[in-house]
Design a binder for this molecule. Structure first.
Ligand SMILES: Cc1ncc(COP(=O)(O)O)c(C=O)c1O
Length: 277
């Protein structure tokens, strides 16, 4: 028997997610079409959006579907940077945790190499926890030259949970937006966007028992962001591209506090005859 243990890398697909995917995939219809098939596909997308928003303490209108965590991180970092710099060319500093995932680190580096960003890595202690004094120092000029802060919710290598709410308070006191990469947190830890006070949050379904290739950027209302993709104007113009109803339907996180694999084992046990627990 093989024991699959690398849940930080990706999780097994939950049976509920597979069922939801299969039934939505059997329906024809583009969620943006106005005929009845389109409206049915749209209903699937919107119900899934509501469920996802409720699971992370956000409003449905704040959920922007993406192809996963990498796209959500790129959309947040580049989009926030361009919007802030375009509004005031002095805002070029990008403050990111030193232990971020490469979807954030390489994105910040790209902004430095191609878009004139001045990237500052916030140091972490021996446990990988970001130094909030360093963040305070970077914001000491009132945040005038700062485009954004990005600090992950939970680390993908060592699991360290970052003081995201405290960082959000510091950032906002300086008038600076903050993004958090919560790809390793959603579905495993209680995540509440409103309570944490972040402006943007990335998540990815395959880290909590959903399929690979779907995720979301939760973007608080009124947060200025320049889109990466241009096209059909879906997702309020933030992320153009035909909506993927089957993927959205399979992207609901398991109830808070239950782990995807624990749910799977419970269900498996329940299905075996002669077992009572
Ligand atoms: C913290 C973190 N951010 C982003 C990603 C990228 O997510 P995705 O695989 O959905 O593109 C990962 C995946 O390993 C991750 O662990």
């Amino acid at each position: 028997m093989t024991a699959y243990l690398d849940h930080a890398s990706t999780t097994p697909l939950r049976p509920e997610a597979l069922e939801a995917y299969a039934s939505a995939a059997a329906l024809a219809g583009n969620p943006s079409s106005l005929h009845s098939s389109g409206r049915r596909a749209r209903a699937v997308v919107e119900e899934s959006r509501e469920a996802l928003a409720a699971a992370v303490g956000a409003r449905p209108a704040e959920v922007v579907w993406t192809s996963g965590g990498t796209e959500a991180d790129n959309t947040a970092l580049k989009g926030l940077y361009w919007a802030r710099r375009d509004a005031d060319p002095r805002r070029r500093r990008v403050l990111v945790g030193a232990a971020e995932h490469h979807a954030v680190l390489d994105c910040a580096q790209w902004l430095e190499q191609h878009e004139g960003a001045d990237v500052r890595l916030l140091p972490v202690d021996a446990h990988g926890r970001a130094d909030l004094d360093a963040l305070r120092d970077e914001l000491a000029d009132g945040g005038d030259g700062v485009a954004l802060v990005s600090l992950m919710w939970a680390n993908n290598e060592v699991g360290t949970v970052q003081p995201v709410a405290a960082a959000a308070e510091l950032a906002h006191a300086a008038g600076v937006p903050i993004h958090t990469d919560a790809v390793q947190a959603v579905g495993h830890l209680p995540v509440d966007v409103a309570a944490a006070g972040v402006d943007a949050l990335s998540l990815s379904a395959h880290k909590f028992g959903g399929p690979v290739g779907v995720g979301a950027l939760v973007l608080r209302r009124g947060t200025p962001l320049v889109p990466l993709q241009h096209g059909g104007g879906q997702e309020l113009g933030v992320r153009s591209g035909t909506l993927d109803a089957p993927a959205a339907s399979a992207a609901e996180p398991p109830p808070r506090g239950t782990r995807p694999h624990a749910q799977h084992h419970r269900r498996h046990r329940e299905q075996r005859p002669g077992r009572t627990a």
